[in-house]
Design a protein around this ligand. Structure first.
Ligand SMILES: O=C(O)CCC(=O)C(=O)O
Length: 194
């Protein structure tokens, strides 16, 4: 006998407060139709202070310009994304009109998103995953060390970042193995947008 805890005794680190996840948010048909339409969007490499990320993005409603640190108007959310937006709003118990910004992201195999906290002008963040799974990681400074937690985001799933999960924890996605798309809907903090 040893005093070592067995694997089953070890609790995985708790996910941050304010994080909600629903794996079966879209059915197969909804997901397939979204992916087909999304593939036709005018994606551009993600730009951050003159550097291009490996992922490609397209913004609707509003676009955050990192170079100028300014919010800019973007084309309206296309009709084919309205149903997913309304569903995402219901999941987060918000009015569909509150989801004023949408970022659609394309991750080819090997594309990651680095550690970050979304800009403070935004309030809630709702993410829908399409086509492939990925690891979604959280970290937060705790004393001299990092507290960490992670989970697998399944295709067709949705998550909400609100409260500490949104403002106190950083999140990231390590390089994905297969082509993945995500819809990131955001609300604005009061008086944050022009
Ligand atoms: O692809 C995702 O689900 C995460 C996107 C994200 O964190 C971001 O664009 O800030």
């Amino acid at each position: 006998m040893t005093d070592q805890p067995s694997l089953i005794d070890i609790e995985p680190p708790a996910l941050p407060e304010g994080f909600c996840y629903e794996p079966d948010f879209l059915d197969r048909e909804e997901e397939r139709a979204l992916v087909t339409a999304i593939k036709g969007l005018p994606f551009k490499p993600f730009e951050f202070h003159g550097f291009e990320g490996k992922r490609r993005v397209v913004s609707f409603g509003w676009r955050y310009d990192f170079k100028e640190a300014k919010l800019r108007e973007a084309p309206p959310i296309p009709d084919f994304l309205h149903a997913a937006g309304a569903k995402a709003a219901r999941f987060a118990e918000l009015h569909a009109h509150a989801l004023e910004q949408l970022l659609v992201t394309e991750y080819h195999p090997g594309a990651p998103i680095g550690w970050h906290i979304d800009r403070p002008i935004f309030a809630d963040v709702i993410g829908v995953s399409l086509l492939a799974s990925c690891t979604f990681r959280f970290r937060r400074k705790s004393g001299g060390a990092w507290a960490r937690a992670s989970l697998m985001l399944e295709p067709g799933s949705v998550y909400l970042l609100r409260g500490p999960a949104r403002t106190a924890w950083e999140h990231s996605i390590p390089p994905v193995e297969k082509l993945r798309y995500s819809l990131t809907f955001r609300t604005f903090r009061k008086k944050a947008r022009p």
